[in-house]
Structure formats: C-alpha cells, structure tokens
Design a protein around this ligand. Structure first.
Ligand SMILES: Nc1ncnc2c1ncn2[C@@H]1O[C@H](COP(=O)(O)OP(=O)(O)OP(=O)(O)O)[C@@H](O)[C@H]1O
Length: 173
C-alpha cells in the first residue's frame, strides 16, 4: 500500500440477531465505542476490550427505506450501513489497485455471522464486491482512450482456480 497508509486493516462487524436468537431471548454481550469492541461476560459482568481499525455496529438502530436499504435510524445514529463499510474498506483497496498495488480483502467468522452480507450483500443492500465492481467499470467505461484488461478469478477451494473470465476494453485508438 502507498506510504503513509496501513498495510493491513482489521475490522469487526456485529450483525442483528436472527429469528432463532430473538426467539431464544438472547442478550447482546457486545458493545462498541469508536474503534473499540467490548465483550461483557453475562455471568459476572467482566469486560474485555479489543481495538481494531474499525468496529462496526450493525446490530440495531437501523431503519429500512422504500427500496429495502438499511440506514441509521437517526442522522447521528451509529449503525454502520453497507456504504460506510465500503467507503472505509473497499474504496481503499480499489484506490490501491488503480495504483498498481496488489490488494486482498477477506471475511472471517463463524457460519451465519455476516461474511456474505458484508462482502456480497443481500438484495438492495449491496456489499463491498458489487459496489467495487460498479466503481471499477465506471472508471473503465469513462476511460475509452486506454486499453484495459480485467481478469476475474474465482477460487472455490484453496489453490484451485475454478473459473477465469477476461473482459477487455479494446477501445484504444
Ligand atoms: N450487517 C447486517 N445487517 C443486517 N443483516 C445482516 C447483517 N449481517 C448479516 N445479516 C443477516 O444475517 C444472516 C447471516 O449472514 P450471512 O449469510 O452473511 O452469514 P455468513 O457468515 O456468510 O454465513 P455462512 O458462513 O454460513 O455462509 C443473513 O440473513 C444476513 O442477511
């Protein structure tokens, strides 16, 4: 990554309770304050704090607009929506890619924790990958004087390249 910016960024995101968790009367033991994530032991109230580059509160305090997109319920609300996550994480990866740097973004977490939601998104709530692709093609399409080649690789299993497609902009004069 360019001088002056961090080479690695780590972010944590907490999703809303699913129906099973709601039915079970679950209590959220995570709280977030700025970049800090705090876990509270429900038995004795002990807390442990961890600091990351970003701690995203997406557990509550959101509202759904007419298109089905989730936003903070109030202008000063701390709910982290998809656009916020893209602006903080995806945009930097894209900017670095344009400058010729290799960049990688991966999601880690247990099943159902929200990896696909953040990376791909569901319905109108597009995740980092589709927003990044939109931005990528906006720039490529507006740059008709240059020849560009975009290669999409999909890895299903470690080390195994399942599919490879090449998209070329041959508009160069
Ligand atoms: N930030 C969020 N806001 C609203 N809903 C969310 C959020 N993150 C996850 N969800 C919802 O939680 C459910 C589980 O999320 P998701 O499918 O992304 O998990 P996953 O980690 O990719 O799971 P798996 O490893 O099993 O594929 C989905 O119904 C998704 O819509």
């Amino acid at each position: 990554m360019p001088a002056g910016s961090d080479s690695v960024k780590v972010a944590v995101r907490v999703r809303p309770f699913n129906q099973r968790e709601k039915n079970a009367g679950s209590k959220c033991i995570i709280s977030m304050n700025g970049k800090t994530t705090v876990i509270t032991n429900p038995v004795n109230g002990d807390t442990k704090s961890f600091s990351y580059d970003h701690s995203y509160w997406s557990h509550s305090d959101f509202t759904e607009d007419g298109e089905g997109i989730y936003h903070p319920a109030t202008p000063e609300g701390h709910y982290a929506d998809q656009k916020t996550v893209f602006n903080d994480l995806g945009k930097g990866v894209l900017d670095n890619a344009w400058q010729g740097y290799n960049a990688a973004l991966f999601a880690y977490g247990q099943t159902g924790s929200g990896k696909s939601y953040s990376m791909i998104g569901y319905g109108a709530n597009k995740g980092i990958v589709p927003i990044t692709c939109e931005e990528l093609f906006k720039v490529i399409d507006g740059n008709e004087d240059k020849e560009k080649q975009l290669q999409i690789l999909q890895f299903e299993k470690e080390g195994e390249q399942e599919a490879s497609e090449t998209w070329e902009n041959m508009a160069a004069a």
